[in-house]
Design a binder for this molecule. Structure first.
Ligand SMILES: O=C(O)[C@@H](CO)OP(=O)(O)O
Length: 250
């Protein structure tokens, strides 16, 4: 299998709510200073590897948008075309948005907590449209219209993300553009599951670290040449993956 297409996935750097250990989902929080640094480091890594994106696709959330802007600025690729879509947003965390992860784990127990966080098809309870962390009425989601979720499991994320992959990202790859996708822990888990053909059971154990570019070289059938891709900074990725897995533990 030879590499035909180049895809770089980048989860946003640490956000204010990652640092506070709160369920975030579609709440539009800022990066922390550490998150900004991670984004700069991601740009340096792209530059060092000569991985210069020709086009970037992001979610509609500022933690992904800012991460892409900062990384591309460092890589001197701040000028490339950009496409943004709600279909790359983080998984909607329903009524859990804004809740403390450790307190939620204590209240509902490890099993329910992990079901909500990582199971393939168990969504959290839906958010009330009047909840302070609801996105109801947010003009940026006018285009999502009737598809706007009130909660999502990973299966739902795959269903809303794949049409965008097929219609917008794949055509860029076929044009042999180096594509950067700047998104989120769970929307990138959805994409990685699709690319690597990971089973519904095995995806439960996969976590994506913040701010470390993940390179996928794809063959002519859009299959990864190396399963799982390659983190540009594998050591930092291994430590950060463990930190995501441990979230919610005291
Ligand atoms: O809160 C969230 O939106 C996500 C990503 O930060 O958390 P988790 O890793 O628990 O799915």
């Amino acid at each position: 299998m030879s590499a035909e297409y180049t895809l770089v996935l980048l989860r946003h750097g640490e956000s204010e709510w990652n640092a506070k250990n709160l369920f975030t989902g579609w709440v539009d929080v800022h990066l922390t200073e550490k998150g900004q640094q991670e984004a700069r480091r991601a740009g340096e890594q792209l530059l060092a590897e000569g991985l210069l994106p020709d086009v970037v696709h992001t979610s509609l959330l500022r933690r992904a948008i800012t991460t892409a802007n900062v990384a591309l600025d460092v890589a001197d690729r701040h000028w490339i075309p950009v496409h943004r879509t709600w279909r790359l947003n983080e998984r909607h965390y329903g009524a859990l948005q804004g809740l403390d992860k450790a307190a939620t784990r204590d209240k509902y127990g490890e099993e329910q907590f992990m079901l909500w966080r990582r199971s393939f098809d168990t969504p959290p309870p839906p958010i009330d449209p009047d909840d302070e962390y609801s996105q109801a009425g947010d003009p940026r989601y006018a285009e999502a219209d009737g598809d706007m979720p009130l909660t999502e499991c990973l299966k739902d994320v795959i269903a809303r993300m794949l049409p965008y992959w097929e219609s917008a990202i794949v055509p860029d790859l076929r044009e042999r553009r180096t594509v950067l996708v700047a998104a989120h822990g769970n929307s990138l888990r959805a994409l990685v599951k699709h690319l690597d053909g990971i089973s519904d059971e095995d995806i439960v154990g996969l976590n994506i670290p913040t701010g470390i570019p993940l390179l996928y070289e794809l063959d002519g059938d859009l299959r990864p040449v190396t399963a799982g891709g390659r983190y540009l900074d594998p050591e930092a990725a291994a430590a950060a993956i463990q930190a995501v897995a441990n979230q919610g533990k005291h």
